[in-house]
Design a protein. Structure first.
Length: 199
């Protein structure tokens, strides 16, 4: 029996900014995404993280927010209430973009760390479009990837413990697109990294 052909994975670095800890009571205010690279049977190929990107600012979905969470992004909820994209439209546009850049591949969301961003992204996709282009499990956490390759317990893994050559030279600005691009570079470096050299 011939082996089943597996489609390549297209890794998309995603960063979101939100005004609270969970979606529903709180809102995703911005969404940035950058194509980080493709992996198939031949290996991983990094992409130019600035070449294929997506960015939207969204209208809040509730009146609740955590001031400390809102302050991280510096986004203005009043401005977004007037100018932000309706979540239905923003998530449909994002889905269309993922399908366009991921044609012929299986899209995988990656983030550092991924759980927070994935929680908001998946909830918003299901709530406002009814489906996710990533499926229910197409998510890869860069922090876990680093911990596994470095042979570290997950709680010991942090950007501050990483070899300098793995890190992007870009600043982490808490602007969703800036950070998605920065994290796409980190992801490409992690994928190419063989692990720590032996003493």
């Amino acid at each position: 029996m011939a082996p089943r052909r597996v489609r390549p994975s297209l890794y998309i670095s995603v960063d979101i900014e939100a005004d609270g800890p969970i979606p529903g009571p709180y809102s995703m205010l911005s969404l940035g995404a950058s194509v980080a690279g493709t992996q198939d049977a031949e290996g991983f190929r990094a992409a130019d993280p600035e070449e294929r990107t997506f960015y939207r600012e969204l209208r809040p979905i509730s009146e609740e927010f955590v001031p400390e969470a809102l302050a991280v992004s510096g986004l203005d909820r009043d401005r977004l209430g007037a100018e932000g994209a309706e979540p239905v439209r923003a998530m449909r546009e994002f889905t269309d973009w993922v399908c366009e850049v991921g044609a012929g591949a299986q899209p995988v969301m990656c983030g550092y760390p991924a759980p927070y961003d994935w929680t908001f992204l998946y909830w918003y996709l299901i709530r406002f479009t009814g489906s996710s282009p990533f499926g229910h499990s197409g998510c890869l956490d860069m922090k876990t990837l680093y911990a596994t390759k470095a042979g570290l317990p997950l709680r010991a893994a942090a950007k501050g413990t990483m070899p300098r050559e793995l890190l992007s030279r870009r600043r982490h600005t808490h602007h969703a697109l800036d950070d998605a691009i920065e994290q796409a570079e980190l992801f490409a470096n992690l994928m190419a990294w063989p692990g720590p050299s032996l003493p």
